[in-house]
Design a protein around this ligand. Structure first.
Ligand SMILES: Cc1cc2nc3c(=O)[nH]c(=O)nc-3n(C[C@H](O)[C@H](O)[C@H](O)COP(=O)(O)OP(=O)(O)OC[C@H]3O[C@@H](n4cnc5c(N)ncnc54)[C@H](O)[C@@H]3O)c2cc1C
Length: 395
């Protein structure tokens, strides 16, 4: 959908300019013009005394034309390694495609034939592979241009990518180019039984409700999915599929990645791949309390995470934050110490296999999510645990 001004009717009276809360309307040559700042709020529609402003719904990419063209996942490689979230997306994509009776295709930029084969073995029927080395380092501009071009050519019905820094950066550009909707940070995806629309489910209003979003008019339906919320599909060594080679000859890029410099902290902590996480909240009382968590993490070979309250207090950097506005994790063991269990924290860790909660308040909501609960002072229990584990391991 977009907003259109009929220039032949517009008198340039500026009533619409005043009405726009986003300053998205300018007067050019005596006529109103809608700029890219437009948020489609429609405030201007009823304001124009001449009725020169209208909304235009584009249905050219309608279900009829797009149907049956498949579910796409955009796979991500970093330094030549396929990101785990891509395999999770393939699992989710397969499930959706089976519901729709269609195929699953993966798109891979900067990868190799072997990587494309791996995506097939993880569940893709087809892989659109651009093996050009230019696409090996992530670069917004050519990634967005090539993906938009492929989507326009092939017209998939659904396109998914990870809600990772890469996906979050270039996927909105693709949605904007295609004038498609985009639901960010989905935690669940379903197919509507009646319409076949993709139901894109994500937390909303500070995590207090789960919103179901769907796009009935425009294709493709686009969504980003948080890492670690979907299950991988099955790996099948004998699976075969088609690999479609894609070139970048027709892609113009004004930018080129010269070098990628990794932040040191990024290398040191990768919560999303951790098997065991020891997490602390405001109940740890301060940096000293967090030192107890580092000692426990050390004997367990675990990573340390935190609630937003602990991050806001400045006891630990933001990159350790788990939850709605932090990372989503699903380790085998999550030990939550002095964390109340607010819904915004739970959404980031509730798919952990085993959750142990330590809290001095027996009514704390974290206990409803926990597999095992210990009611007591974390300042006493955490060092006790560390000591016992050391004893058991003879350290
Ligand atoms: C839009 C939005 C996004 C948000 N995103 C996130 C997010 O990504 N991650 C996140 O974590 N939060 C997030 N929050 C904040 C969230 O709502 C909570 O405020 C936050 O999780 C609370 O952190 P906490 O449990 O550490 O602190 P508190 O709620 O203050 O809880 C502290 C807990 O420690 C216990 N305690 C106190 N002393 C001890 C002790 N000595 N031993 C044992 N237990 C003790 C208390 O009983 C209490 O249960 C978000 C909020 C909003 C509105």
């Amino acid at each position: 959908m977009y907003i259109k001004v009929k220039r032949e009717i517009c008198t340039g009276c500026e009533a619409c300019v005043q009405s726009c809360p986003y300053d998205a309307i300018v007067i050019n040559d005596g006529k109103a013009e809608i700029t890219e700042l437009c948020q489609l709020c429609r405030a201007c529609l009823s304001i124009c005394p001449e009725g020169a402003i209208s909304e235009v719904r584009e249905v050219s990419d309608s279900r009829e034309t797009a149907q049956g063209r498949g579910v796409w996942i955009v796979a991500e490689q970093r330094e030549g390694k396929i990101a785990g979230v891509s395999l999770e997306l393939l699992g989710a994509g397969r499930r959706l495609a089976e519901r729709l009776g269609t195929e699953v295709a993966a798109v891979l930029f900067g990868g190799t034939d072997y990587d494309a084969g791996e995506l097939v073995r993880w569940g893709a029927d087809r892989v659109f592979l651009c093996a050009d080395q230019f696409m090996r380092p992530f670069n917004d501009e050519p990634y967005a241009a090539l993906l938009s071009m492929l989507i326009e050519e092939q017209k998939p019905e659904i396109v998914l990518t990870g809600a990772t820094p890469i996906g979050r950066s270039f996927f909105p550009r693709v949605a904007a180019r295609l004038r498609a909707g985009l639901t960010a940070d989905c935690t669940s995806l379903e197919i509507d039984n009646e319409t076949g629309n993709l139901l894109q489910i994500r937390p909303a209003f500070g995590g207090n409700i789960m919103a179901t979003i769907f796009c009935p008019h425009v294709r493709p339906q686009m969504a980003t999915v948080r890492p670690r919320v979907m299950k991988r599909g099955a790996y099948d060594e004998s699976r075969t599929g088609e690999i479609v080679k894609v070139g970048i000859d027709s892609i113009l890029s004004r930018t080129r990645v010269i070098e990628t410099v990794k932040e040191v902290s990024e290398m040191a902590i990768n919560l999303q791949d951790a098997n065991i996480i020891v997490a602390g909240g405001r109940g740890m009382g301060g940096e000293k309390g967090f030192m107890l968590l580092y000692e426990l993490a050390d004997v367990l070979g675990a990573s340390v995470a935190a609630s937003r309250a602990a991050v806001d207090e400045g006891w630990i950097p933001y990159r350790h934050q788990v939850g709605q506005t932090g990372k989503t994790v699903s380790p085998r063991l999550y030990i939550a110490c002095g964390i109340s269990g607010a819904v915004q924290h739970l959404v980031g860790m509730q798919s952990s296999d085993v959750i142990v909660a330590i809290n001095k308040n027996s009514d704390a909501p974290i206990f409803s999510a926990a597999t095992y609960g210990i009611v007591g002072d974390a300042g006493e229990i955490v060092p006790m645990l560390t000591r016992k584990i050391k004893e058991a391991r003879g350290i």
